[in-house]
Design a protein around this ligand. Structure first.
Ligand code: SF4
Ligand code: SF4
Length: 164
């Protein structure tokens, strides 16, 4: 990916008002084929995206860990869930478990995730651009375009293809 990741927050800020307006309209009148369009846009973008040359999500933000995630990952390390929490997690202002620090402790120098097979659900689904009823996560997406170049491109393409 020849993307300048440092520039991304600035580019996202420049697009913020336009994106906000677009998502407000999308929420009011979502096209019938929105789920299908999002699947297509997501697929096209990730065909040309190499997450291993980016890892910006793992470096700058982190997932929420559900109880199911915590149990699964703790088991992987042969730890009790409480030990795993003490070692790696903290509770945020919204009472969700998040990483104690970023970059994520499980991210390797080669950008591989050392717990890939048992990683949190939120990591598997990030940046959520292929989820159904995409209009329902517009606030999250407005944030994600400043972190994830793929999400940024997908939203730019949405604005071109979806006429509201
Ligand atoms: S658990 Fe893996 S995929 Fe999730 S943020 Fe950490 S390194 Fe990235
Ligand atoms: S999901 Fe987005 S931010 Fe994360 S590695 Fe892939 S392109 Fe980068």
């Amino acid at each position: 990916m020849d993307e300048n990741l440092e520039e991304l927050p600035k580019r996202a800020k420049e697009k913020y008002a336009e994106n906000k307006k677009f998502f407000a309209k999308l929420k009011k009148r979502p096209p019938k084929d929105l789920d299908y369009t999002m699947q297509q846009l997501h697929h096209e973008e990730f065909e040309r995206t190499d997450c291993l040359s980016c890892a910006n999500c793992c470096k700058t933000t982190g997932p929420l860990f559900t109880n199911v995630d915590i149990e699964r990952i703790a088991k992987h390390f042969r730890l009790r869930p409480s030990q795993f929490i003490d070692q790696y997690l903290r509770m945020d202002e919204e009472n969700d478990y998040v990483l104690q620090e970023v970059p994520c402790a499980f991210l390797g120098a080669d950008n591989y995730c050392s717990i890939y097979d048992v990683r949190p659900k939120a990591c598997r689904e990030f940046p959520h651009t292929d989820r159904k009823k995409f209009q329902q996560i517009s606030n999250l997406t407005l944030k994600n375009v400043a972190i994830c170049p793929a999400a940024f491109h997908i939203v730019e393409e949405m604005k071109k293809r979806i006429k509201l």
